[in-house]
Design a protein around this ligand. Structure first.
Ligand code: 13P
Ligand code: SF4
Length: 304
């Protein structure tokens, strides 16, 4: 089958299976191109919960499909590549978090959505890269355990000096590869460009940023800013929509290392197979799901 034939067959099967095709902003260009909706991790999970469609094909990584299954348990959630995990999410286990909680029984656990359902189930509240500071600020407790991303944790802590923040030592290997020298070089090559960075970047990188935001926040910033040029501090998949939606603006990737191999696993053949077989299916044990959903629901109740 040619690429065009595969795309046509995917769209036909989406109709036949009553399926919604979701793609994270870091997915391959051709996957984003045929998706019904592209977006950030939590936004897509909420689309999964709100749609009338019965089948969700989640082109992303494992924790995202799990979040969809937590929020929409009655639906069939498919992850076309069962092996597409997130190394940062894997840096904390439910057991490890229980240990930390025992050491700090007076703390509130704030867990980034980039985490397993089992870890969410051990958490008081979740957060995303776009609402992390607001979520942490909304809590009355002075002491917070910020899990699993130490960079997002330090970013939250820098905004809330009155809180005592203890960060789990996890990190995103992709954002970690962006170095200060890369930004200095990009700034030297493009002195008129603004630098936007994802809070998963290291504190040294965030210090250099003109704007810090989630992947969805980057679309908004690029659209609404007067600037014509942007240095983009996140995974390269985001360039597809940034360039499509802003043809008159220029987007510069400061490092070729900004590629998440897990996000690039899913290809068109995988999506086609998932729609044909309705596998691999992601489910969450009900006892875990209910507790994980409480942490997500608490986050959703925090005003934006
Ligand atoms: P957001 O799309 O939620 O900003 O997350 C970035 C990310 O690393 C997802 O894996
Ligand atoms: Fe995980 Fe980082 Fe890849 Fe996102 S970009 S899926 S946080 S490894």
């Amino acid at each position: 089958m040619t690429e065009q034939e595969i795309k046509k067959e995917i769209r036909r099967l989406c109709d036949e299976r009553d399926a919604l095709l979701l793609a994270h902003n870091y997915q391959r260009d051709e996957v984003q191109e045929i998706a019904d909706i592209t977006g950030d991790s939590l936004g897509l999970s909420m689309e999964a919960a709100n749609t009338d469609k019965q089948v969700i094909v989640f082109c992303g990584v494992h924790f995202m499909a799990e979040s969809a299954a937590i929020l929409a348990p009655q639906k069939t959630v498919l992850l076309p590549r069962a092996d597409s995990g997130c190394p940062m999410a894997d840096m904390v286990t439910a057991e490890g978090l229980r240990d930390l909680k025992r050491q700090h029984p007076d703390a509130t656990v704030v867990t980034y959505v980039n985490s397993s359902a089992a870890v969410k189930a051990e958490s008081d509240i979740c957060c995303t890269s776009s609402n992390a500071v607001n979520v942490a600020r909304s809590l009355e407790t002075k002491k917070l355990l910020l899990v699993p991303d130490r960079n997002l944790g330090r970013y939250i802590a820098s905004h809330l000096p009155d809180k005592e923040c203890i960060c789990w030592e996890g990190y995103c290997p992709t954002h970690d590869r962006l170095k200060v020298a890369d930004i200095e070089q990009a700034r030297a090559d493009h002195p008129d460009a603004l630098f936007m960075a994802h809070p998963e970047c290291t504190p040294e990188i965030l210090e250099l940023a003109d704007h810090i935001c989630s992947t969805s926040g980057m679309y908004e910033y690029a659209r609404s800013s007067e600037a014509r040029k942007f240095i983009v501090g996140t995974e390269m998949g985001i360039l597809y929509r940034l360039r499509k939606e802003n043809p008159d603006k220029e987007f510069i990737l400061p490092s070729q290392a900004l590629i998440c191999p897990n996000m690039k696993l899913t290809n068109l053949e995988d999506i086609l197979r998932a729609l044909q077989t309705l596998e691999p299916r992601i489910t969450v044990a009900e006892e875990v799901r209910v507790r994980a959903k409480m942490a997500l629901d608490r986050m959703l109740a925090v005003p934006r």
